[in-house]
Design a protein around this ligand. Structure first.
Ligand code: AMP
Length: 196
């Protein structure tokens, strides 16, 4: 019997709430949550070569080069060969990453079913991240200069990824302002309306 797979991209600027919502979706839909930011931070904590290399970019608010990011993502996906689907959080962030992801899934006989964007304006983002930086141990959250740089990188390199999936008819936008429960409900409604 064929298992029905569900592969989602949770999209939006840094600080839009992707991580929080992805954790809830992971549980609700039995998906494997892959956050490239979390993977990089754990490589950094372990002091691996990959972590040290990634940190050079992360500490400046820049993107880690595509070949490093794509290689790490591929390994992570291959280590979950029995997954019922994935929720990608913080990936893809560039056009080559989107193309590589499509190819990887195609090789596995799968595809992206939807990209859902959490829509949050810039002013709100900078406020939220700097607040988050007070409690988290993320140096890239505590410095407003770096936060702004990350937002610029998002606008120039990552935002166009929405159009890439929109052209395929699988991009959705929901309001990223509201309570965690409200936003989660809107996400579930969007996912449940997909004809997967
Ligand atoms: P995040 O936790 O998603 O906000 O990511 C934190 C930082 O990790 C980013 O500012 C980038 O430096 C790096 N990073 C995470 N995901 C990617 C990605 N898909 N491509 C390139 N760099 C990434």
């Amino acid at each position: 019997m064929d298992t029905i797979m569900l592969n989602l991209i949770l999209f939006g600027p840094p600080g839009s709430g992707k991580g929080t919502q992805a954790e809830r979706l992971e549980e609700a839909y039995n998906l494997v949550h892959i956050s490239t930011g979390v993977l990089f931070r754990s490589e950094m904590d372990e002091g691996t070569e990959l972590g040290i290399r990634a940190n050079e970019y992360m500490s400046r608010g820049e993107l880690v080069p595509d070949e490093v990011t794509i290689g790490m993502l591929k390994n992570k996906m291959l280590s979950h060969a029995d997954a019922e689907g994935f929720i990608f959080d913080g990936f893809p962030r560039t056009a080559p990453q989107a193309e590589a992801l499509d190819q990887l899934l195609e090789d596995m006989g799968q595809q992206i079913d939807a990209l859902i964007m959490l829509d949050v304006p810039e002013d709100e983002i900078v406020k939220r991240i700097v607040l988050r930086g007070k409690d988290s141990n993320r140096p890239d959250d505590s410095d407003p200069e770096i936060v702004r740089k990350r937002f610029q990188v998002y606008q120039s390199k990552t935002a166009p990824i929405y159009d890439y999936y929109n052209e395929k008819g699988i991009a959705f936008k929901i309001n990223g302002i509201g309570s965690i429960d409200e936003i989660f409900q809107n996400l579930c409604d969007t996912i449940d309306s997909l004809h997967v």
